[in-house]
Design a protein. Structure first.
Length: 290
């Protein structure tokens, strides 16, 4: 790798500045990376510049997925995913779905130091060329036919979920609030867009957001063996039954007897059948019996 070069003037040539940063430079001969000033001084998110510098320093073949970058940086998946999208929009990063010679479809990531610039001395890496399936001869034995049919099918491309902007904002709010209860439940925008329809069905069934949050965060394992989105998708798999519809007919209230005074003791009572209270009727019965 060539020695590090910089467009900034050396301290001896520029003189001692009266303000700002003063560079104390060391000429590196190993373990260094050349980054263009346009990329290092890119306006906008510092996370984007940091992710670009980190990817530039990695050797070819290193994983640069969102999960791998989150293991290195302290930022969450949302910021890392946003940084990769900004680099992709600026032309520094390119993702290609390519078919390997074995027939499998994989996503390869290409990182460009200068978007649209001239390739390096060795040229850009060539993607693997797919091999055409060999035509089976007419006289194929039974064992050869069985061996060919037993080969695993080529995996289909993953279904692209709807954009997060088209998802139900109530469902997205429920999913985004999960990390407040368990910091491990961090979701990317793609994962939130995939889980939002299931949360919307739960809300339509009459469950409150607090009920959904309690169900998704209760009794979580101490260690996740898979992505948090996989655990949440499993718990949202069964759609609950909707609540029964409330009756719109007005309820019939029982009739209330009028308030009257007893003819015997003038006590107030509610009755529509008697003109004397219970005590007065009991005295009348005793008097009649004796």
């Amino acid at each position: 790798m060539a020695d590090s070069q910089s467009n900034a003037r050396l301290r001896a040539d520029a003189g001692t500045p009266t303000s700002g940063v003063i560079h104390v430079r060391t000429r590196l001969t190993a373990d260094f990376t050349v980054i263009s000033n346009a990329l290092a001084q890119r306006r906008g998110s510092a996370v984007t510049v940091g992710v670009a510098a980190y990817i530039s320093s990695l050797p070819d073949g290193s994983p640069v997925s969102i999960a791998a970058l989150c293991e290195h940086f302290s930022e969450g998946e949302i910021l890392i995913s946003r940084a990769l999208r900004e680099l992709e929009a600026a032309g520094h990063l390119e993702r290609r779905r390519e078919r390997t010679p074995s027939g499998q479809v994989r996503t390869r990531t290409y990182f460009y130091d200068v978007p649209g610039g001239a390739p390096g001395p060795d040229g850009p890496p060539e993607p693997p060329k797919p091999t055409r399936p060999r035509r089976r001869p007419a006289a194929t034995t039974v064992h050869e036919a069985a061996r060919e049919t037993a080969q695993p099918p080529v995996p289909a491309e993953a279904e692209t979920p709807a954009p997060l902007a088209e998802a139900d904002p109530r469902a997205v709010a429920v999913l985004a609030a999960l990390r407040r209860i368990d910091p491990r439940l961090v979701l990317s925008e793609r994962e939130a867009a995939r889980l939002a329809p299931a949360v919307t069905r739960w809300l339509a069934a009459g469950l409150l957001p607090t009920h959904i949050t309690d169900h998704l965060t209760a009794r979580l394992p101490s260690e996740f063996l898979t992505r948090p989105a996989g655990i949440l998708a499993y718990r949202l798999k069964e759609t609950p039954l909707p609540l029964p519809a409330r009756s719109t007919e007005p309820s019939v209230r029982p009739a209330v007897a009028p308030m009257v005074n007893c003819d015997g003791c003038d006590r107030g009572m509610r009755t529509a059948e008697h003109d004397r209270c219970r005590d007065c009727r009991a005295e009348d019965e005793l008097r009649a019996a004796g």
